[in-house]
Design a protein around this ligand. Sequence first.
Ligand code: ITT
Length: 207
Amino acid sequence: MRSHRTLLIATHNPGKLREYRQLLRDLPLEITDLDAEGITEEIPETGKTFAENAIQKATAYARISGLWTWADDSGLEVDALNGEPGVRSARFGGPGASDEDRYRLLLQRMAHVPPGQRSARFRCVIAIATPDGRVEVAEGRCEGEIALAPRGAHGFGYDPVFYLPEWGKTMAELSPEEKNRISHRARAAQAARAILERMLRERPDED
Ligand code: ITT
């Protein structure tokens, strides 16, 4: 029988999995993922907030797997659009839309918004749940602006139109290492790692 020292990272996104494995590599935890566990259930993201969705996913997969489970939800909030696309970031533009379709639609919606009023942020919420129903949450943010046109080829999603004034670059113009130092996901993961360290101190061997 496995102890809770195994942590399930509940994502199908290989990029996220790689980042999180790297960040947690020196903790006394065996890391596994949905594919390795043969878990095929999809948990619908029906919440109104990033936290609700992350908690929904983490608690459902912890129940299914019997393991401590780490799940996240993330997206882009644009102030001039009252926080849209927000929790709908992955679905913005409808089914079948590509990353490029989505950021072009965003630029179109922002066409009337002048420089100086284009503030936005990436947000990421990570939830860590245990099979007995305990759940803890950590959040990271990265502030920026919606560019007037796309630039850069790194990253994914909305990175080409997310401008970082202090770098003079879009997120897609940063190297992966630079992005991983400042991103919403990296910041949330640092805070979530501290929670895991505390959980390991409190309950090292059993649930
Ligand atoms: P899982 O739910 O399986 O973890 P996912 O790719 O669907 O993977 P999210 O729901 O967290 O992940 O992603 C929400 C969307 O927000 C994502 O599809 C991107 O469009 C956008 N997004 C999130 N983080 C981003 C980043 O670092 N750079 C650019 N866009 C990002």
